[in-house]
Write a protein that binds this ligand. Sequence first.
Ligand code: VG1
Ligand code: CO
Length: 543
Amino acid sequence: MTIQVIPTTPFSGQKPGTSGLRKKVTEFRQPGYLENFVQALFNTLGDCAGQTLVVGGDGRYFNRQAIQVILRMAAAHGFGKVLVGRGGILSTPALSCVVRKHAAFGGIVLSASHNPGGPDGDFGIKYNIGNGGPAPERITDEVYRLTQSIDTYRISDAADANLDQLGTVRIEQMDVEVIDSVADYAQLMQRLFDFDAIRALFARGFTMRFDAMSAVTGPYAHAILEGILGAPAGTVIHGEPLEDFGGHHPDPNPVNAAGLVALMNAPHAPDFGAASDGDGDRNMIVGRGIAVSPADSLAIIAANAAVAPGYRAGLKGIARSMPTSAAPDRVAEALGIKCYETPTGWKYFGNLMDAGLVTLCGEESYGTGSDHIREKDGLWAVLFWLNLLAVSGKAVDTIVNEHWARFGRNVYSRHDYEAVDSEAAHSVMRRLHAALPGLAGTSVGGHTVALADDFAYTDPVDGSVSLGQGIRIVMTDGARIVFRLSGTGTEGATIRLYLELYEADPARHGLEAQAMLAGLAQAADELAQLKATTGRQAPSVVT
Ligand code: VG1
Ligand code: CO
């Protein structure tokens, strides 16, 4: 075994987005592409001698090859030890858990989350720091800067490590320890939730369907739901991680998990349905005849936190991303705690949690989590709901309706215009920008505009400033229109339009969200000239 210094030249565009570097597999497989990025990362991190790194991914195509490259490069940079999930598998929340539990220097997640996989699909790489959370912008910006001038990378010429057998092997001076992908995570979940109550719920004949979408959560759900909690075999479907997720979009929303939603609307539906995404950090919660919107789920978790042993001491605060509905804000107000509004992406929650300012965090994009780790956590949210259903004895729709009756309903929807021409997308955003200064006080879709700006965030902990985080038009009655460009896509540009209305009247809580939001959607289009500029007559995905 020797360590080699290989000459290389920069690739353009290695700039991490909302959640790491995401590109087509074909781009990642170019010789030197992954190596350049990892070298730039290690250069950014500085002295790694003797440190412990955690590596794992969602099992998508190219996961195993990428891990072998990272192991050989970590060995060439003097890391003392790398913990790898068996078969290269670690869900994003499990990796965060392992980094924290083993006090590792950091972790590398290989995933493009909810983006499709396979040879023609997407791949991604993301670095997490020692708190278990996504690296902040000052690190990702530096990595990008270094990729633009890179001329060599260091790598061992060792043979591939066997990732399928638990135990330790050596590459150069570095130990590679293949660990059980599920054990640490399952232990943590047992500490947070009332597993006895959930076990008793299943023993009473409660039925559930968990759709792992042929992605990483399968092994975790099998072990925890069917194993430890005693749910009947067959509760978990699509439970084996496949390299191409069975050709599906592993995105747990009513559009991409349509089968689960149809099942939950059918006669004799199970009591509870849930799904998770490619890397296991997202969740969808479904009851009989009702798909719970993500911000409502966060608000309901916050309002009922005390049912779970891990949260009995109370909540320090809540945080939500700016485009997420204000449903959690109403609960925070009632609890007398603060609700922070951050830019999109989990990396902005880390400082708030580390500083002890918030316990729960969430995003409209089916992401919910708490300070037990530093990533959003799909199965965690599902276990919280099971805990709540077990303790309350109520059905999902009853819980949601009672919540709305108490707090009012934040009617909410996101309209995505995917893979549109990049220039057209930017021209839509430019038009909105230009309109911002004149909007306050005017009427938009029958609502009076209270505030119109491009969202900027100052981190209350370290004072760092993030500009240009999305156009928001906030009305005096709590309604909102938000526009932003996605930072996770790999084709053209994706425009996200977020719509929100506040409805206090319980008699109107049962109405259909799209119908209630139609006026706002039309007003948004008139302002942005979205359809005319992109040539799209309708959004590609509505959630
Ligand atoms: C999307 C979501 C955002 C989420 C991000 C990563 O980003 O909107 O809320 O944090 O994906 O989630 P964007 O920039 O495309 O809107 V995951 O599950 O991909 O790690
Ligand atoms: Co994800």
